[in-house]
Design a protein around this ligand. Structure first.
Ligand code: PMP
Length: 314
């Protein structure tokens, strides 16, 4: 889906016009993939727009930057405030919020000590990613392996990691699937190109631990918390590939995917090939919280004070 532009983008502490948020072709990031970023949703509960798990996302952004020795001259609270300011100013919600930190224009070599760190926060309207709420998706195991340990750090949400994600996603789509699941370097289930993965196998909800080259997903964490709340038996445990074929249920989690059931893997039906009861109850609880139908009992929302909705595509 084409990006629908909004009025302003936050850059290094101030709001600038959308069309002015450009970079030079010789910026470090263009050649070496040197960016870290976040993807966050601002929902539309009845009480007014609210950013979901803003602090956790910005903490992950700071963590990603730290791994890559990028010094961000803003604190977590300042960046959360900047997100709120951007969404409030643009008056567009529900929306996706995209903070991105990159190494800019300076030296041409790989070493980045003389390249400035640029921080941007963008927001724009965005809907469902892998289908609608009641849809389940058909996926495949990718022929591409997820990032091996000690190559590109999987715990960092860095632009360069998404070259691997592109290979996974494009191969899956070329073969008629909606998404690919990557195994880790040892052949254990890792994650989708842009989602974490859960399976239900014999009354246990299972997701891969961080050691299997997965991003520490904020939605993954939210679903783990909701599973505890609902007294669902949950474990973080390595998942052999074949468990996907014999699982009773499987689903993806992610900011974009939210909670998306998986109907088949490699054309083998997951369970009965329909949304299972555990997925359904987690999905129901998750959507009830993010749509404001249930109380925000874990303090996951940061409210955005807006005056009025503004048109998009200005
Ligand atoms: N894994 C990858 C590779 C992702 O890109 C994403 C999306 N950020 C996720 C997992 C899910 O993370 P989150 O729930 O924080 O969006």
């Amino acid at each position: 889906m084409a990006i629908q532009k909004t009025e302003k983008i936050w850059h290094n502490g101030r709001l600038i016009n959308w069309d002015d948020a450009t970079i030079h072709v010789m910026s470090h990031v263009v050649h070496y993939g040197s960016s870290v970023f976040e993807g966050i949703r601002c929902y539309d509960p009845p009480a007014g727009p609210a950013i979901f798990r803003a602090h956790e996302h910005i903490q992950r952004l700071l963590d990603s930057a730290k791994v890559y020795r990028m010094e961000i001259p803003f604190t977590r609270d300042e960046l959360v405030k900047a997100m709120v300011e951007t969404v409030a100013h643009n008056g567009v919600w529900p929306c996706y919020v995209r903070p991105v930190v990159l190494r800019g224009y300076g030296d041409a070599g790989v070493s980045a000590v003389n390249n400035p760190i640029e921080v941007y926060i963008v927001n724009y309207p965005w809907g469902k990613y892998l289908g609608h709420e009641n849809a389940a998706c058909d996926v495949c195991i990718s022929s591409w392996t997820r990032l091996a340990p000690n190559t590109l750090p999987a715990m960092a949400k860095a632009g360069a990691n998404y070259m691997n994600s592109q290979l996974i996603k494009m191969e899956a789509m070329a073969n008629g699937y909606i998404e690919g699941i990557a195994l880790d370097v040892n052949g254990y289930v890792s994650e989708g190109s842009g989602e974490n993965l859960f399976v239900v196998h014999r009354d246990r909800l299972i997701t891969a631990p961080l050691g299997n080259s997965v991003l520490p997903g904020i939605t993954r964490d939210s679903v783990l918390q909701i599973a505890h709340d609902l007294n669902i038996n949950v474990v973080e445990q390595m998942i052999p590939r074949e468990m996907l074929y014999i699982a009773d249920e499987a689903f993806f989690t992610g900011t974009a995917a939210e909670v998306t059931p998986i109907r088949s893997v490699d054309k083998i039906k997951v369970g009965k090939g329909e949304i299972g009861p555990v997925t359904k109850s987690l999905q129901k609880e998750f959507y009830a919280i993010v749509h404001g139908e249930k109380a925000d009992r874990h303090g996951w929302f940061t409210p955005v004070p807006v005056r009025s909705r503004q048109p998009v595509g200005v």
